[in-house]
Design a protein around this ligand. Structure first.
Ligand code: ATP
Length: 301
């Protein structure tokens, strides 16, 4: 399979339920070999979009394709796409091993695949417990195991972090990274930015069913700035400007510098025998960015 054959594409995707437009004219691409965060507040239309990508919901207009084909036309859907949706149902009397065994048989998975996944998903110890005893986090792991059974190259995960504790979150991020590094296409939705920001390469942000931003995370957050405090701020500003930095005042004795990293700022200060009392690299406040992207400006007018 070439890389392009693994891309997810939404093109003018729209879904209306009566008067409610859940998703409106959504166009984006999700590339293989990366983790893409599908972000937006509750009710933004993430689940509806993911359901359209997997053929569970029929778009009112527009198209959703995976590797250039609508989900329904894929030759081996369960071997191409693995999906996890909130509220995945398990038979309460089945053990995790039973549950995976049923799906493995349906997907024609080789022997040993169930044990492999129980291990990969950290469920080996709980393999023979009935799913009715499972915590939300264990259910999430079992959903993920089910999605991964057919060794799919494309993964669509709707809020997979729901119910995971911090350790589970960190484990999930590691798993997502690994799956993407193996060349898979990984689309993961979340309404909580900080849960995914450490792992996503790209983002697609929606609000009220419409696209707000899409692209590499680094492009959306911009380059870091450096905040420097110095009793020699005036001379330091001149030295940094001469060193190709862009400098603006940020309070008494304090400068905000763009275009130079912290070591370069420190080196230039040392070259000019100027004192530094504090040096901080500022990354964009991502929560604020997310808030800005998702706040409905129409309401503010
Ligand atoms: N079957 C349906 N019938 C009517 N309205 C629906 C249906 N499914 C979704 N909606 C509406 O479409 C909008 C988008 O819902 P959706 O579940 O896709 O959002 P979401 O971003 O996944 O939210 P959450 O994070 O809360 O799951 C909401 O206003 C929702 O009420």
């Amino acid at each position: 399979m070439t890389g392009d054959r693994l891309a997810i594409e939404a093109s003018g995707l729209t879904k209306r339920y009566g008067d409610v437009t859940a998703v409106r004219d959504l166009t984006f691409t999700v590339r293989p070999g990366a983790v893409t965060g599908f972000l937006g507040p509750n009710g933004a239309g993430k689940t509806t979009t993911m359901r359209m990508l997997t053929g569970l919901v029929t778009p009112t207009s527009g198209a959703a394709t995976i590797g250039g084909q609508p989900y329904g036309r894929l030759a081996q859907p369960s071997r191409t796409v693995g999906a996890v949706f909130d509220g995945n149902a398990f038979h309460p009397g089945h053990t995790a091993r039973d549950h995976l065994g049923v799906y493995a048989a349906m997907a024609g998975c080789p022997d040993g695949r169930v044990a492999e996944l129980l291990d990969l998903l950290g469920l080996a110890q709980a393999a023979d417990r009935r799913t009715r005893e499972f915590s939300t986090g264990m259910r999430q792991r079992l959903s993920l195991a089910t999605a991964l059974l057919g060794d799919p190259r494309v993964l669509l995960l709707d809020e997979p972090s729901n119910g995971l504790d911090p350790e589970g979150m960190s484990w999930l991020r590691g798993l997502l990274r690994r799956l993407a590094d193996e060349g898979r296409t990984v689309l993961v939705s979340s309404h909580v930015l900080h849960e995914v920001q450490q792992v996503v390469d790209d983002v697609v942000v929606i609000r009220r069913g419409e696209l707000v931003a899409a692209g590499p995370w680094s492009r959306l957050t911009g380059p870091p700035t450096v905040l420097v405090t110095s009793p020699d701020a005036t001379d330091l500003a001149a030295a940094l400007t001469a060193g190709a930095g862009s400098v603006e005042p940020a309070g008494p004795g304090r400068l905000r510098v763009r275009g130079l990293d912290a070591p370069r700022v420190a080196d230039l200060a040392a070259d000019h025998r100027l004192r530094i009392h504090e040096l901080v690299t500022e990354t964009t406040n991502l929560e604020q960015l997310f808030l800005d992207l998702t706040t409905d400006t129409a309401e503010a007018r």
